[in-house]
Design a protein around this ligand. Structure first.
Ligand SMILES: Nc1ncnc2c1ncn2[C@@H]1O[C@H](COP(=O)(O)OP(=O)(O)O)[C@@H](O)[C@H]1O
Ligand SMILES: [Mg+2]
Length: 960
């Protein structure tokens, strides 16, 4: 190889950019940088320079390289990055590193148990990515880090997803992420990489081809300092395209055949060109003799790098012969000097590998597989050869691929699992094993979303399997695939067939699970499962299937109009005093269903307890997924208890964690509702628009939170027509027999219509209108409104829950027809009393406001002012600014002296951060808790300090 005095030619700008990135990382400002370009342009060389500079500056380096054979090793690159530092760390430090949210990362690093498969529809990868991100954050606690992934175009998809996930969260971390990737490699992962990193807006470096001055330098070095002529330099520049690799190869070739550059005719050079590099390399290899050539091929088979003894064995050479051949290859610039053997460049490996026929290659991989396995190499080292080896019906190879396939599957990379299992099938497995392999492959494909292929393999598996548990597992995914590809009718047929099998029917729990699966799918799609679930009302909740069924029944019975006590009992049995969380985790849909059933029934004690358990469990397992999901439900609890600021903070935090995709828009609706309750209508409107919730949607009833939030906003804005449109889907759900009774649309519409009619009849009196009270007694509310309110009130009386009843009473009072107006104050008094006995402070404040207005209109000034004073007090206490402002305005109209309303100056998120900080938590701990970067915490605190006029954490507690 030609050394250019160790100097990188024409890379000053790139090096400066890298140094800037490293300096920023040291200052706590992480970023991602991608070095992109064709093979040989000098990417690896730049990455090496970065590593040197990092080490000089005391930055620790994690490095890994994608390998051409290793694309199907799930998390292979991540393991390369982390294995060494983790081993070096020692047990105590390792325990520290995997503490808290980093815990799920242990599974992919071979240091923890694999997540259990929770069945179709669940994906463990979100938790793992989050864990890896925190593991790296924990590592970076000890000082700045440079993470280098070279040849990222060959990295496995899971590792690239990790890089993408990390890249979006570098803000505030002392971590520089540096990737080298080719943009000219067909069939590589380059496109996936670009896509995954796009969102983090990484910087790109694209090293340019070398210009003539640098080319002259390279030639001078090759010809031992002799000066090349200008035409020769021009010819070499042109022939190599300025690509340093081609240029170096060309210069070596020329220097080997010619003593001085003067002997060279430039037009000869022109004819060589980059394409000829391949030929000249092979010629060079041919000249080195048979042993060298065989050894070179063996190294190429091993992926371009390997132990001498392995390469020797694959080549069929004795150790001594191989060692001599290695020296020859080093001298010829094909292998790097040193051990293990390593080709100087992937392009050289590609040329040498291409020199062999496909069947030669398959045989060589088979030999490498057997040899490495006999040598006790890890699965990871052996797998690439197993995948590329000629098929021979080897049971051990099948066992290996099933094992790594299972690993890939359980860590959330079913696509990789499918690759392994497909190869295992080709081997082929023995007759008895075939059914199992087909089943595993089918399941992996279904989870990957390849439903047609998956169904095909699952059907083949069923024809072979006679073991009932195995058949049941296949049936579960068949039903899921049938549902996903063809819909509920097909899924129902699949489950029906399965339940007709004697083996399945005999296994009660499995049969129950199949039915529960189907009912869950129906629930998720808003479709009808047409199963008779009620015969399971008596199950105890001892198995996962039973708990799932009970959670479903809690929802179904609620929809069918059962009393709250019945629903609460079912949900309680599903939760099993903590059993559901302990065995199925709060990530299971059954937990959400049971907890929502409790919330709907105003069983707040029970809901609070299970939410606390879920949070603790999420904390313990380091599951961001579980914690975020629990925070979302806690937001609903806060809304129900009239704590809109807490609701806003929880829902906003949940949105930053990993919640199930279906809950993302629902969660955004909670934010909107919390803002409406606070009277922040512009912010609510902006939130609604930012989350894209202006329309729809259909689908599962849980999504009806979206139109509900919209309707509540429109009511507060006084847009009765919009409200009428918003509640249509809620009405339809009710007609279809799956109402969400917590969303009291009749009461809401009645209020909106009554107020609309009032506003139409006479000019509104400013303040009160904003609180939702009718502005004038003179106007007639539509009879429509009264009917709706009465219908709802009748239901609420039977339902018998205080908040629901109070809401209904208030709506009925507001929508009462003109003849009954005189009794409005009494009716509102009743509503106030009911609500005061409920937890719904926000509605209580609104009812007191309405009452105050009604009393004033009726000439009872003193009582009216008292009611308004109380409305103001309750509104201020629960953070209902809109109601407070209205109450204050009405008080002024009634002659009370104006007063300053002291609202919290902090936003919900700022307050959350401030409270944690005041409690003595570090920025890192707060960041962990709230799913943000330490930088964001710092920014929040800076604003908090400014708003509260404090200078330190110590003063903070006092100021709050
Ligand atoms: N700026 C440069 N000046 C001189 N030689 C270079 C330069 N960049 C790369 N080279 C040489 O070119 C060859 C290929 O570079 P490498 O970094 O491996 O390319 P890539 O990683 O882009 O395929 C190496 O032998 C390297 O020494
Ligand atoms: Mg490279």
């Amino acid at each position: 190889m030609v050394a250019h005095g160790g100097v990188l030619l024409e890379r000053q700008d790139e090096l400066r950019a890298i140094e800037r990135q490293l300096a920023q990382a040291r200052a706590g400002e992480g970023s991602a940088l991608i070095v992109e370009g064709q093979a040989g342009i000098g990417k690896t060389t730049l990455l090496r320079a970065a590593i040197e500079r990092a080490q000089t500056a005391g930055t620790s380096v994690l490095r890994a390289r994608g390998g051409v054979l290793e694309r199907h090793l799930e998390y292979g690159v991540v393991r390369q990055l982390l294995e060494r530092p983790l081993v070096k760390a020692g047990a105590a430090r390792r325990a520290e590193l995997f503490a808290g949210p980093a815990a799920p990362a242990a599974a992919v690093l071979g240091l923890g148990e694999l997540p259990v498969d929770a069945g179709p529809g669940h994906d463990p990868s979100a938790g793992i990515l989050h864990g890896l991100h925190w593991l790296i954050a924990n590592l970076a606690d000890a000082g700045s880090l440079l993470i280098v992934i070279d040849d990222a175009h060959w990295a496995d998809a899971a590792s690239l997803r990790t890089a993408g996930y990390l890249a979006r969260r570098l803000d505030g971390l002392p971590v520089a992420l540096l990737l080298g990737t080719r943009d000219d490699e067909p069939g590589s992962q380059a496109a996936l990489l670009t896509e995954l990193l796009h969102a983090s807006e990484p910087a790109y470096l694209r090293p340019a081809p070398l210009a003539e001055a640098a080319v002259a330098q390279v030639l001078r070095d090759a010809f031992a300092g002799q000066q090349p002529s200008a035409p020769l330099v021009a010819a070499c520049t042109h022939a190599s395209g300025g690509n340093p690799f081609f240029l170096t190869e060309l210069a070596t070739e020329l220097a080997a055949a010619h003593a001085t550059p003067d002997q060279l005719a430039p037009d000869l050079v022109e004819r060589i060109g980059p394409l000829a590099v391949q030929r000249s390399l092979l010629l060079r290899l041919g000249r080195l003799g048979d042993d060298a050539r065989r050894l070179a091929r063996a190294v190429a088979t091993l992926g371009g790098e390997g132990e001498l003894r392995h390469a020797a064995a694959v080549a069929g050479l004795s150790p001594e012969t191989a060692s001599a051949a290695a020296d020859t290859l080093v001298a010829a610039g094909i292998l790097e000097d040193g051990r293990p053997l390593r080709m100087v460049h992937p392009l050289v490996r590609a040329v040498v590998a291409e020199d062999a026929t496909p069947s030669d290659r398959a045989t060589a991989h088979r030999r490498a597989f057997e040899l490495l396995r006999a040598d006790g190499a890890t699965d990871e080292v052996v797998v690439p050869h197993a995948l590329a080896a000629a098929a021979t019906g080897d049971a051990e190879l099948v066992a290996l691929l099933r094992r790594v396939g299972e690993r890939a599957f359980r860590t959330g990379t079913p696509d990789t699992a499918a690759v392994h299992l497909r190869r295992a099938l080709e081997e082929p497995p023995g007759a008895r094993e075939r059914g199992d392999v087909l089943a595993a492959l089918g399941v992996a494909e279904v989870r990957q979303g390849a439903f047609a292929d998956g169904l095909g393999h699952l059907d083949q598996a069923l024809a072979l399997l006679d073991d009932a548990p195995a058949r049941i597992a296949v049936h579960r995914d068949r039903a899921f695939a049938a549902f996903a590809s063809a819909g509920m009718a097909d899924a129902r047929r699949v489950v029906g067939d399965a339940l007709a099998e004697p083996g399945v029917a005999a296994d009660e729990d499995a049969a129950l699970q199949l039915e529960a699966d189907l009912a869950l799918l129906a629930w998720l799609s808003g479709g009808d499962h047409q199963l008779e679930l009620r015969r399971h009302l008596g199950v105890a909740g001892e198995t996962r299937a039973q708990r799932t069924m009970l959670a479903l029944l809690a929802q179904a019975e609620h929809a069918a109009g059962a009393a709250p006590s019945v629903v609460v009992e079912l949900a309680g049995r599903a939760l099993g005093g903590g059993r559901l969380i302990a065995h199925d985790t709060s990530e299971a849909l059954s937990w959400y269903m049971a907890t929502y059933a409790l919330l709907t029934c105003e069983a707040h004690q029970e809901a609070r307890a299970t939410i606390a358990d879920a949070l603790a469990d999420g904390q313990r397992r380091g599951s961001a997924f579980a914690r975020a999901g629990a925070l979302g439900t806690r937001a609903v609890l806060a809304l129900n208890e009239g704590r809109p600021r807490d609701a806003e903070a929880d829902a906003r935090t949940a949105a930053l964690g990993a919640i199930p995709p279906i809950m993302v828009p629902v969660n955004a609706s909670y934010v909107v509702l919390a803002l409406v309750d606070q009277g922040e209508l512009d912010a609510a409107e902006a939130e609604l628009r930012a989350a894209g919730l202006e329309h729809g949607p259909g689908g599962p009833t849980v999504l009806r939170w979206i139109p509900w939030a919209r309707a509540r906003l429109h009511e507060a804005q006084g847009r009765a027509d919009a409200v009428r449109a918003d509640v249509v889907s809620l009405e339809e759900d009710e007609r279809a027999g799956r109402p969400m009774r917590a969303l009291a649309w009749r009461a809401l519409l009645a209020r909106a219509l009554a107020r609309g009619a009032a506003a139409g009849g006479a000019p509104a009196s400013g303040g009160a209108a904003a609180g939702g009270a009718p502005a004038s007694d003179d106007a007639t509310a539509g009879g429509d409104a009264d009917a709706l309110a009465q219908e709802h009130l009748a239901w609420a009386r039977v339902w018998g829950r205080p908040a629901a009843l109070g809401v209904a009473q208030r709506a009925a009072a507001l929508a009462a027809p003109a003849v009954e107006r005189t009794q409005r104050a009494e009716r509102l008094e009743e509503a106030v009393a009911t609500l005061a006995g409920s937890s719904l402070r926000t509605e209580e404040a609104r009812a007191r406001l309405d009452l105050g207005v009604a009393l004033l209109r009726g000439g009872r000034r003193r009582d009216g002012r008292d009611a308004l004073e109380q409305a103001l007090e309750v509104a201020l206490a629960c953070g209902a600014r809109g109601t407070a402002r209205s109450a204050s305005a009405e008080l002024q109209v009634a002659g009370a002296p104006p007063r300053r309303l002291a609202f919290d100056e902090l936003t919900a998120s700022e307050r959350r951060v401030a409270e944690h900080a005041a409690a003595g938590r570090t920025n890192r701990e707060i960041a962990e808790e709230l799913f943000v970067t330490p930088k964001t915490v710092e920014n929040h605190l800076t604003r908090v300090y400014a708003k509260l006029g404090v200078g330190s954490r110590r003063e903070l507690a006092g100021a709050l």
